[in-house]
Design a binder for this molecule. Structure first.
Ligand SMILES: Nc1ncnc2c1ncn2[C@@H]1O[C@H](COP(=O)(O)OP(=O)(O)OP(=O)(O)O)[C@@H](O)[C@H]1O
Ligand SMILES: [Mg+2]
Length: 463
Protein backbone atom coordinates (compact mmCIF):
# COMPACT_ATOMS: atom_id res chain seq x y z
CA UNK A 1 0.00 0.00 0.00
CA UNK A 2 1.44 3.34 -1.00
CA UNK A 3 0.52 5.65 1.86
CA UNK A 4 2.62 8.45 0.45
CA UNK A 5 -0.02 8.84 -2.23
CA UNK A 6 -2.63 9.79 0.39
CA UNK A 7 -3.27 13.55 0.48
CA UNK A 8 -2.38 15.48 3.67
CA UNK A 9 -6.02 16.04 4.61
CA UNK A 10 -7.26 12.55 5.28
CA UNK A 11 -10.39 13.24 7.33
CA UNK A 12 -13.55 13.93 5.31
CA UNK A 13 -15.57 16.97 6.30
CA UNK A 14 -19.01 17.23 7.85
CA UNK A 15 -21.40 17.47 4.91
CA UNK A 16 -23.33 20.23 6.75
CA UNK A 17 -20.67 22.75 7.66
CA UNK A 18 -17.29 21.50 6.36
CA UNK A 19 -15.75 20.83 9.78
CA UNK A 20 -13.53 17.76 10.07
CA UNK A 21 -12.89 15.01 12.63
CA UNK A 22 -14.83 11.83 11.96
CA UNK A 23 -16.28 9.44 14.49
CA UNK A 24 -18.53 6.42 14.50
CA UNK A 25 -22.09 6.25 15.78
CA UNK A 26 -23.58 3.42 17.85
CA UNK A 27 -25.09 2.02 14.70
CA UNK A 28 -21.66 1.65 13.12
CA UNK A 29 -22.13 4.55 10.73
CA UNK A 30 -19.28 6.95 10.30
CA UNK A 31 -20.34 10.52 10.99
CA UNK A 32 -18.33 13.63 11.69
CA UNK A 33 -18.07 14.95 15.25
CA UNK A 34 -19.81 18.06 14.14
CA UNK A 35 -22.50 16.12 12.38
CA UNK A 36 -23.74 14.92 15.76
CA UNK A 37 -24.60 18.45 16.86
CA UNK A 38 -24.69 20.33 13.58
CA UNK A 39 -27.86 22.39 13.37
CA UNK A 40 -27.56 22.38 9.59
CA UNK A 41 -28.18 18.63 9.57
CA UNK A 42 -31.03 16.45 10.86
CA UNK A 43 -30.26 14.80 14.23
CA UNK A 44 -28.43 11.44 13.96
CA UNK A 45 -30.93 8.66 13.50
CA UNK A 46 -33.67 11.07 12.40
CA UNK A 47 -35.59 10.21 9.26
CA UNK A 48 -33.59 11.08 6.20
CA UNK A 49 -30.22 11.19 7.99
CA UNK A 50 -27.59 9.26 6.16
CA UNK A 51 -24.18 8.60 7.66
CA UNK A 52 -21.06 8.89 5.54
CA UNK A 53 -20.00 5.32 4.73
CA UNK A 54 -16.63 4.13 3.59
CA UNK A 55 -16.70 1.97 0.48
CA UNK A 56 -14.09 -0.41 0.81
CA UNK A 57 -11.33 -2.00 -0.44
CA UNK A 58 -18.38 -29.32 12.15
CA UNK A 59 -17.69 -31.13 15.08
CA UNK A 60 -14.12 -32.40 15.31
CA UNK A 61 -13.20 -30.35 12.23
CA UNK A 62 -11.79 -26.85 11.91
CA UNK A 63 -14.43 -24.13 11.93
CA UNK A 64 -15.39 -23.62 8.31
CA UNK A 65 -17.99 -22.28 5.94
CA UNK A 66 -20.78 -24.62 4.82
CA UNK A 67 -23.16 -24.29 1.94
CA UNK A 68 -26.29 -22.37 2.75
CA UNK A 69 -29.62 -23.10 1.04
CA UNK A 70 -30.42 -20.74 -1.81
CA UNK A 71 -31.20 -17.37 -0.29
CA UNK A 72 -34.75 -16.06 -0.58
CA UNK A 73 -34.46 -12.33 0.02
CA UNK A 74 -31.90 -9.62 -0.58
CA UNK A 75 -30.43 -8.20 2.62
CA UNK A 76 -28.40 -5.05 2.76
CA UNK A 77 -25.94 -4.18 5.53
CA UNK A 78 -28.15 -2.94 8.34
CA UNK A 79 -28.19 0.62 9.59
CA UNK A 80 -29.74 0.76 13.06
CA UNK A 81 -31.17 3.43 15.30
CA UNK A 82 -29.65 6.47 17.02
CA UNK A 83 -27.56 6.53 20.21
CA UNK A 84 -29.83 5.47 23.12
CA UNK A 85 -30.83 8.09 25.71
CA UNK A 86 -29.22 7.85 29.12
CA UNK A 87 -30.76 8.22 32.56
CA UNK A 88 -29.77 11.21 34.67
CA UNK A 89 -26.19 10.81 35.95
CA UNK A 90 -25.57 7.75 33.74
CA UNK A 91 -23.16 9.51 31.40
CA UNK A 92 -21.17 10.83 34.37
CA UNK A 93 -20.87 7.30 35.74
CA UNK A 94 -19.80 6.01 32.32
CA UNK A 95 -17.14 8.72 32.04
CA UNK A 96 -15.91 7.77 35.50
CA UNK A 97 -15.75 4.16 34.32
CA UNK A 98 -13.54 5.07 31.37
CA UNK A 99 -11.22 7.14 33.57
CA UNK A 100 -11.04 4.38 36.19
CA UNK A 101 -10.26 1.76 33.56
CA UNK A 102 -7.54 3.93 32.04
CA UNK A 103 -5.92 4.96 35.33
CA UNK A 104 -3.35 6.35 35.77
CA UNK A 105 -3.49 7.66 32.17
CA UNK A 106 -4.97 11.11 31.53
CA UNK A 107 -7.67 11.37 28.87
CA UNK A 108 -9.15 14.32 27.05
CA UNK A 109 -12.96 14.62 26.97
CA UNK A 110 -12.72 14.02 23.25
CA UNK A 111 -11.03 10.64 23.68
CA UNK A 112 -13.54 9.65 26.35
CA UNK A 113 -16.38 10.79 24.11
CA UNK A 114 -15.07 8.70 21.23
CA UNK A 115 -14.86 5.62 23.46
CA UNK A 116 -18.39 6.12 24.69
CA UNK A 117 -19.74 7.29 21.36
CA UNK A 118 -21.19 10.41 23.02
CA UNK A 119 -20.83 14.11 22.29
CA UNK A 120 -17.60 15.60 23.61
CA UNK A 121 -19.49 18.61 24.97
CA UNK A 122 -21.62 16.42 27.23
CA UNK A 123 -18.57 14.39 28.25
CA UNK A 124 -16.67 17.62 29.02
CA UNK A 125 -19.51 18.69 31.36
CA UNK A 126 -19.45 15.28 33.04
CA UNK A 127 -15.67 15.55 33.53
CA UNK A 128 -16.06 18.97 35.12
CA UNK A 129 -18.74 17.68 37.48
CA UNK A 130 -16.60 14.67 38.41
CA UNK A 131 -13.61 16.95 39.04
CA UNK A 132 -15.80 19.20 41.19
CA UNK A 133 -16.80 16.14 43.24
CA UNK A 134 -13.19 14.98 43.56
CA UNK A 135 -14.03 11.90 41.48
CA UNK A 136 -11.55 13.03 38.78
CA UNK A 137 -8.68 15.48 38.62
CA UNK A 138 -7.39 17.80 35.95
CA UNK A 139 -4.14 16.27 34.72
CA UNK A 140 -3.31 18.98 32.18
CA UNK A 141 -4.91 22.17 30.97
CA UNK A 142 -3.53 22.23 27.43
CA UNK A 143 -4.99 20.05 26.17
CA UNK A 144 -7.54 19.74 28.96
CA UNK A 145 -7.26 16.18 30.26
CA UNK A 146 -8.57 14.34 33.28
CA UNK A 147 -7.38 11.36 35.27
CA UNK A 148 -8.95 9.09 37.85
CA UNK A 149 -8.71 9.64 41.60
CA UNK A 150 -9.24 7.15 44.42
CA UNK A 151 -13.01 7.76 44.30
CA UNK A 152 -13.48 7.53 40.53
CA UNK A 153 -14.28 3.82 40.60
CA UNK A 154 -17.02 4.47 43.14
CA UNK A 155 -18.50 7.16 40.89
CA UNK A 156 -18.48 4.62 38.06
CA UNK A 157 -20.45 2.04 40.06
CA UNK A 158 -23.96 3.01 38.83
CA UNK A 159 -22.90 2.48 35.21
CA UNK A 160 -21.45 -0.90 36.05
CA UNK A 161 -24.34 -2.17 38.17
CA UNK A 162 -26.07 -4.91 36.20
CA UNK A 163 -29.31 -3.71 34.68
CA UNK A 164 -32.47 -5.64 35.59
CA UNK A 165 -32.77 -8.77 33.49
CA UNK A 166 -35.56 -8.85 30.97
CA UNK A 167 -38.64 -10.74 32.21
CA UNK A 168 -38.01 -13.73 29.95
CA UNK A 169 -34.42 -14.02 31.11
CA UNK A 170 -35.50 -13.81 34.75
CA UNK A 171 -37.92 -16.68 34.22
CA UNK A 172 -35.39 -18.94 32.52
CA UNK A 173 -32.36 -17.78 34.43
CA UNK A 174 -30.49 -16.88 31.22
CA UNK A 175 -28.96 -13.51 30.43
CA UNK A 176 -29.13 -12.17 26.90
CA UNK A 177 -25.72 -11.23 25.58
CA UNK A 178 -27.12 -9.39 22.60
CA UNK A 179 -25.37 -11.92 20.36
CA UNK A 180 -27.07 -15.20 21.14
CA UNK A 181 -25.73 -18.44 19.76
CA UNK A 182 -28.14 -19.95 17.26
CA UNK A 183 -30.03 -22.89 18.72
CA UNK A 184 -29.25 -26.14 16.91
CA UNK A 185 -31.40 -26.61 13.85
CA UNK A 186 -32.87 -23.11 13.94
CA UNK A 187 -31.65 -20.03 12.04
CA UNK A 188 -30.57 -17.27 14.41
CA UNK A 189 -32.91 -14.26 14.65
CA UNK A 190 -31.73 -11.25 12.69
CA UNK A 191 -29.24 -13.32 10.71
CA UNK A 192 -28.18 -12.10 7.26
CA UNK A 193 -29.25 -14.86 4.88
CA UNK A 194 -29.77 -13.11 1.54
CA UNK A 195 -27.14 -11.73 -0.84
CA UNK A 196 -25.13 -8.81 0.54
CA UNK A 197 -23.76 -6.10 -1.73
CA UNK A 198 -19.99 -5.73 -1.44
CA UNK A 199 -18.35 -2.31 -1.85
CA UNK A 200 -17.26 -3.35 -5.35
CA UNK A 201 -20.91 -3.82 -6.32
CA UNK A 202 -20.86 -7.63 -6.52
CA UNK A 203 -23.21 -9.79 -4.50
CA UNK A 204 -21.94 -12.00 -1.72
CA UNK A 205 -24.04 -15.07 -0.96
CA UNK A 206 -23.75 -15.84 2.76
CA UNK A 207 -22.74 -19.33 3.86
CA UNK A 208 -23.34 -21.07 7.15
CA UNK A 209 -20.47 -21.44 9.57
CA UNK A 210 -20.13 -25.24 9.63
CA UNK A 211 -21.68 -26.89 12.67
CA UNK A 212 -23.84 -23.83 13.41
CA UNK A 213 -26.96 -22.26 11.96
CA UNK A 214 -25.23 -18.90 11.82
CA UNK A 215 -24.49 -17.27 8.46
CA UNK A 216 -20.86 -16.19 8.04
CA UNK A 217 -21.66 -12.48 7.66
CA UNK A 218 -23.72 -12.48 10.85
CA UNK A 219 -21.13 -14.55 12.70
CA UNK A 220 -18.37 -12.09 11.83
CA UNK A 221 -20.48 -9.12 12.90
CA UNK A 222 -21.29 -10.81 16.21
CA UNK A 223 -17.66 -11.72 16.81
CA UNK A 224 -16.83 -8.06 16.29
CA UNK A 225 -19.44 -7.04 18.85
CA UNK A 226 -17.97 -9.59 21.26
CA UNK A 227 -14.43 -8.35 20.58
CA UNK A 228 -13.20 -11.72 19.34
CA UNK A 229 -10.66 -11.30 16.53
CA UNK A 230 -11.20 -13.63 13.56
CA UNK A 231 -8.73 -15.11 11.10
CA UNK A 232 -10.01 -16.61 7.85
CA UNK A 233 -7.70 -19.07 6.16
CA UNK A 234 -7.80 -21.14 3.03
CA UNK A 235 -6.55 -21.44 -0.54
CA UNK A 236 -6.68 -18.52 -3.00
CA UNK A 237 -10.05 -17.74 -4.55
CA UNK A 238 -12.31 -19.34 -1.95
CA UNK A 239 -14.01 -16.22 -0.58
CA UNK A 240 -11.98 -14.91 2.38
CA UNK A 241 -11.84 -11.31 1.20
CA UNK A 242 -15.41 -11.43 -0.06
CA UNK A 243 -16.94 -12.47 3.26
CA UNK A 244 -15.05 -9.80 5.20
CA UNK A 245 -16.10 -7.08 2.77
CA UNK A 246 -19.67 -8.34 2.91
CA UNK A 247 -19.69 -8.32 6.71
CA UNK A 248 -17.85 -5.00 7.08
CA UNK A 249 -18.39 -2.78 4.05
CA UNK A 250 -16.83 0.11 5.99
CA UNK A 251 -13.63 -1.79 6.81
CA UNK A 252 -10.19 -0.34 6.11
CA UNK A 253 -8.06 -2.88 4.27
CA UNK A 254 -4.33 -3.47 4.43
CA UNK A 255 -3.08 -5.77 1.69
CA UNK A 256 -0.17 -7.56 3.32
CA UNK A 257 2.97 -8.69 1.53
CA UNK A 258 6.60 -9.30 2.33
CA UNK A 259 7.44 -5.63 1.70
CA UNK A 260 4.89 -4.24 4.16
CA UNK A 261 6.58 -1.95 6.68
CA UNK A 262 5.38 -0.27 9.88
CA UNK A 263 4.75 2.98 7.99
CA UNK A 264 2.24 1.17 5.77
CA UNK A 265 0.20 0.56 8.91
CA UNK A 266 0.67 3.62 11.13
CA UNK A 267 1.55 6.26 8.55
CA UNK A 268 4.49 8.35 7.48
CA UNK A 269 5.62 11.86 6.70
CA UNK A 270 4.73 13.09 3.26
CA UNK A 271 5.43 16.32 1.40
CA UNK A 272 2.53 18.67 0.71
CA UNK A 273 2.39 20.80 -2.48
CA UNK A 274 3.67 23.72 -0.31
CA UNK A 275 6.85 21.79 0.41
CA UNK A 276 5.88 21.11 4.04
CA UNK A 277 6.18 17.68 5.56
CA UNK A 278 3.06 16.44 7.34
CA UNK A 279 2.41 13.14 9.01
CA UNK A 280 -0.30 11.22 7.18
CA UNK A 281 -1.84 8.54 9.34
CA UNK A 282 -1.96 5.02 8.00
CA UNK A 283 -4.85 2.54 7.87
CA UNK A 284 -4.34 1.21 11.40
CA UNK A 285 -4.65 4.69 12.93
CA UNK A 286 -7.57 5.62 10.68
CA UNK A 287 -9.48 2.46 11.58
CA UNK A 288 -8.79 2.99 15.30
CA UNK A 289 -9.94 6.61 15.21
CA UNK A 290 -12.97 6.02 13.06
CA UNK A 291 -13.97 2.94 15.04
CA UNK A 292 -14.22 0.69 11.99
CA UNK A 293 -12.81 -2.79 11.33
CA UNK A 294 -9.27 -3.18 10.03
CA UNK A 295 -8.96 -6.05 7.57
CA UNK A 296 -5.41 -7.32 7.24
CA UNK A 297 -5.46 -9.46 4.12
CA UNK A 298 -2.65 -11.97 3.62
CA UNK A 299 -1.55 -11.11 7.15
CA UNK A 300 0.99 -13.90 7.35
CA UNK A 301 3.02 -12.45 4.48
CA UNK A 302 3.73 -9.37 6.60
CA UNK A 303 7.01 -9.70 8.54
CA UNK A 304 6.09 -10.61 12.17
CA UNK A 305 8.04 -7.66 13.58
CA UNK A 306 5.94 -5.29 11.45
CA UNK A 307 2.64 -6.93 12.29
CA UNK A 308 3.46 -6.62 15.99
CA UNK A 309 2.57 -2.91 15.75
CA UNK A 310 -1.10 -3.93 15.59
CA UNK A 311 -1.07 -6.11 18.72
CA UNK A 312 -1.39 -3.33 21.36
CA UNK A 313 -4.50 -2.15 19.50
CA UNK A 314 -5.99 -5.64 19.74
CA UNK A 315 -5.00 -6.29 23.33
CA UNK A 316 -6.84 -4.89 26.35
CA UNK A 317 -5.10 -1.53 25.96
CA UNK A 318 -6.66 -0.82 22.57
CA UNK A 319 -4.00 1.81 22.21
CA UNK A 320 -0.85 2.30 20.14
CA UNK A 321 2.05 4.72 20.32
CA UNK A 322 3.12 6.10 16.95
CA UNK A 323 6.85 6.43 17.44
CA UNK A 324 7.34 7.96 14.00
CA UNK A 325 5.05 10.86 14.97
CA UNK A 326 6.71 11.92 18.21
CA UNK A 327 5.21 9.18 20.36
CA UNK A 328 1.61 10.14 19.52
CA UNK A 329 -0.84 8.03 21.51
CA UNK A 330 -3.81 6.69 19.55
CA UNK A 331 -6.80 5.13 21.30
CA UNK A 332 -9.21 2.84 19.50
CA UNK A 333 -12.74 4.19 19.25
CA UNK A 334 -15.63 1.78 19.86
CA UNK A 335 -16.21 -0.27 16.73
CA UNK A 336 -12.53 -0.82 16.01
CA UNK A 337 -11.88 -4.49 15.32
CA UNK A 338 -9.23 -6.57 13.58
CA UNK A 339 -10.02 -9.35 11.12
CA UNK A 340 -7.40 -11.05 8.97
CA UNK A 341 -7.03 -13.34 5.99
CA UNK A 342 -4.31 -15.93 5.52
CA UNK A 343 -3.38 -18.41 2.85
CA UNK A 344 -1.34 -21.19 4.50
CA UNK A 345 -0.19 -22.54 1.14
CA UNK A 346 1.49 -19.38 -0.11
CA UNK A 347 5.27 -19.31 -0.13
CA UNK A 348 6.55 -17.13 2.71
CA UNK A 349 3.37 -17.23 4.83
CA UNK A 350 4.31 -17.48 8.51
CA UNK A 351 1.57 -17.92 11.11
CA UNK A 352 3.51 -17.07 14.26
CA UNK A 353 2.30 -18.07 17.73
CA UNK A 354 1.91 -14.38 18.58
CA UNK A 355 -0.39 -13.86 15.61
CA UNK A 356 -2.32 -17.09 16.06
CA UNK A 357 -2.96 -16.50 19.75
CA UNK A 358 -4.52 -13.10 19.06
CA UNK A 359 -7.06 -14.50 16.62
CA UNK A 360 -9.20 -16.55 18.94
CA UNK A 361 -11.48 -17.65 16.12
CA UNK A 362 -9.92 -19.17 13.01
CA UNK A 363 -12.28 -20.18 10.23
CA UNK A 364 -11.28 -22.38 7.33
CA UNK A 365 -12.68 -21.16 4.01
CA UNK A 366 -12.94 -23.60 1.14
CA UNK A 367 -14.81 -23.27 -2.14
CA UNK A 368 -18.57 -23.62 -2.12
CA UNK A 369 -19.11 -25.68 -5.27
CA UNK A 370 -22.89 -25.70 -4.76
CA UNK A 371 -22.73 -21.93 -5.02
CA UNK A 372 -20.84 -22.24 -8.31
CA UNK A 373 -23.73 -24.36 -9.59
CA UNK A 374 -26.25 -21.81 -8.37
CA UNK A 375 -24.32 -18.99 -10.02
CA UNK A 376 -24.64 -20.70 -13.40
CA UNK A 377 -21.16 -22.15 -13.83
CA UNK A 378 -21.22 -25.04 -16.33
CA UNK A 379 -22.00 -28.25 -14.36
CA UNK A 380 -19.22 -30.17 -16.18
CA UNK A 381 -16.49 -27.88 -14.90
CA UNK A 382 -18.00 -27.85 -11.41
CA UNK A 383 -17.79 -31.67 -11.57
CA UNK A 384 -14.13 -31.37 -12.57
CA UNK A 385 -13.47 -29.06 -9.64
CA UNK A 386 -15.21 -31.34 -7.14
CA UNK A 387 -13.31 -34.36 -8.46
CA UNK A 388 -9.96 -32.58 -8.18
CA UNK A 389 -10.82 -31.24 -4.72
CA UNK A 390 -11.50 -34.79 -3.53
CA UNK A 391 -8.20 -35.96 -5.02
CA UNK A 392 -6.47 -33.01 -3.38
CA UNK A 393 -7.86 -34.06 0.01
CA UNK A 394 -6.46 -37.55 -0.59
CA UNK A 395 -3.10 -36.03 -1.48
CA UNK A 396 -3.18 -37.18 -5.09
CA UNK A 397 -2.93 -33.68 -6.57
CA UNK A 398 -1.84 -30.33 -5.21
CA UNK A 399 -4.37 -28.14 -7.03
CA UNK A 400 -8.09 -27.90 -7.64
CA UNK A 401 -10.05 -25.05 -9.24
CA UNK A 402 -11.66 -22.80 -6.60
CA UNK A 403 -14.67 -20.52 -6.88
CA UNK A 404 -12.55 -17.80 -8.49
CA UNK A 405 -11.45 -20.11 -11.33
CA UNK A 406 -15.01 -21.38 -11.78
CA UNK A 407 -16.47 -17.88 -12.02
CA UNK A 408 -13.70 -17.00 -14.48
CA UNK A 409 -14.57 -20.15 -16.47
CA UNK A 410 -18.09 -18.82 -16.89
CA UNK A 411 -16.83 -15.45 -18.14
CA UNK A 412 -14.26 -17.01 -20.48
CA UNK A 413 -16.94 -19.26 -21.91
CA UNK A 414 -19.02 -16.18 -22.71
CA UNK A 415 -16.09 -14.61 -24.58
CA UNK A 416 -14.14 -17.50 -26.13
CA UNK A 417 -16.54 -20.45 -25.95
CA UNK A 418 -16.59 -23.49 -23.68
CA UNK A 419 -13.84 -25.42 -25.53
CA UNK A 420 -11.37 -22.58 -25.00
CA UNK A 421 -12.48 -22.23 -21.37
CA UNK A 422 -11.81 -25.94 -20.77
CA UNK A 423 -8.44 -25.65 -22.54
CA UNK A 424 -7.61 -22.66 -20.34
CA UNK A 425 -8.44 -24.65 -17.20
CA UNK A 426 -5.91 -27.28 -18.20
CA UNK A 427 -3.39 -24.57 -19.01
CA UNK A 428 -3.67 -22.78 -15.64
CA UNK A 429 -3.15 -26.00 -13.66
CA UNK A 430 0.31 -26.19 -12.07
CA UNK A 431 2.62 -28.13 -14.36
CA UNK A 432 3.06 -30.95 -11.88
CA UNK A 433 -0.73 -31.59 -11.80
CA UNK A 434 -1.50 -30.81 -15.43
CA UNK A 435 -1.74 -34.41 -16.67
CA UNK A 436 -4.19 -35.34 -13.94
CA UNK A 437 -6.25 -32.20 -14.53
CA UNK A 438 -6.27 -32.90 -18.29
CA UNK A 439 -7.49 -36.46 -17.63
CA UNK A 440 -10.32 -35.28 -15.35
CA UNK A 441 -11.33 -32.58 -17.87
CA UNK A 442 -11.28 -35.18 -20.67
CA UNK A 443 -13.58 -37.48 -18.68
CA UNK A 444 -16.02 -34.65 -17.95
CA UNK A 445 -16.04 -33.07 -21.41
CA UNK A 446 -15.71 -36.30 -23.41
CA UNK A 447 -12.70 -35.22 -25.47
CA UNK A 448 -8.98 -34.60 -25.12
CA UNK A 449 -8.32 -31.03 -24.04
CA UNK A 450 -4.93 -29.38 -24.44
CA UNK A 451 -3.79 -26.15 -22.77
CA UNK A 452 -5.07 -23.00 -24.44
CA UNK A 453 -2.51 -21.79 -26.97
CA UNK A 454 -2.15 -19.61 -30.02
CA UNK A 455 -2.47 -21.41 -33.33
CA UNK A 456 -1.36 -20.69 -36.85
CA UNK A 457 -0.77 -17.24 -38.29
CA UNK A 458 -3.77 -15.67 -39.99
CA UNK A 459 -3.24 -15.87 -43.72
CA UNK A 460 -5.10 -14.60 -46.74
CA UNK A 461 -7.01 -17.87 -47.00
CA UNK A 462 -8.01 -17.99 -43.32
CA UNK A 463 -8.82 -14.26 -43.11
N1 LIG B 1 -20.14 -16.60 -1.05
C1 LIG B 1 -19.85 -16.00 -2.19
N2 LIG B 1 -20.80 -15.38 -2.93
C2 LIG B 1 -20.51 -14.81 -4.12
N3 LIG B 1 -19.28 -14.75 -4.64
C3 LIG B 1 -18.29 -15.33 -3.93
C4 LIG B 1 -18.51 -15.96 -2.69
N4 LIG B 1 -17.34 -16.44 -2.22
C5 LIG B 1 -16.43 -16.11 -3.13
N5 LIG B 1 -16.99 -15.44 -4.16
C6 LIG B 1 -16.30 -14.97 -5.36
O1 LIG B 1 -15.17 -15.80 -5.55
C7 LIG B 1 -14.07 -15.05 -6.00
C8 LIG B 1 -12.90 -15.24 -5.06
O2 LIG B 1 -13.22 -14.71 -3.80
P1 LIG B 1 -12.14 -13.92 -2.89
O3 LIG B 1 -11.40 -12.95 -3.72
O4 LIG B 1 -12.88 -13.41 -1.72
O5 LIG B 1 -11.19 -15.11 -2.49
P2 LIG B 1 -9.98 -15.11 -1.44
O6 LIG B 1 -10.16 -16.33 -0.63
O7 LIG B 1 -9.91 -13.82 -0.73
O8 LIG B 1 -8.75 -15.30 -2.40
P3 LIG B 1 -7.21 -14.87 -2.16
O9 LIG B 1 -6.66 -15.78 -1.10
O10 LIG B 1 -6.57 -15.11 -3.48
O11 LIG B 1 -7.19 -13.43 -1.79
C9 LIG B 1 -14.53 -13.61 -6.09
O12 LIG B 1 -14.88 -13.34 -7.42
C10 LIG B 1 -15.76 -13.57 -5.21
O13 LIG B 1 -16.65 -12.60 -5.65
MG1 LIG C 1 -8.39 -12.31 -0.77
Amino acid sequence: MDETAVPAVVEPKCPGCALGDRRVSASGEIVTMHELSCTALPAPGAAGTSGVRRGGPSAGKPLGMATMPAPAATARPSVSAAVPRLRSGELRAMVAGVLADSAPAALTPRVIAARLNRSSGAVGNACRTLAGQGAAEVASTSPLAYRATTTTATAAAPARAPRRKPAAARRTGTVSTGAPAAPAGKRSAGAVTGPVLRPNGTEYHPRLVAGTMLPDVTALRRLKEAGVAALLYGPPGTGKTSVVEAAFPDCVTVQGDGDTVVADLVGDYTKTPDGEFVFVHGPLVRAMREGVPLFIDDATLIPPTVLAVVYPAMDGRRQIVVKANGGEVVDAAPGFYVVAGHNPGVHGAVLTDALSSRFSVQVQVSSDYDLADQLGVDPKVVRVARNLATRQERGEVGWAPQLRELLAFKKITAVLGIDAAAANLVGIAPEVDRDTVAAVVRDAFGRIVKPLALGARITATTR
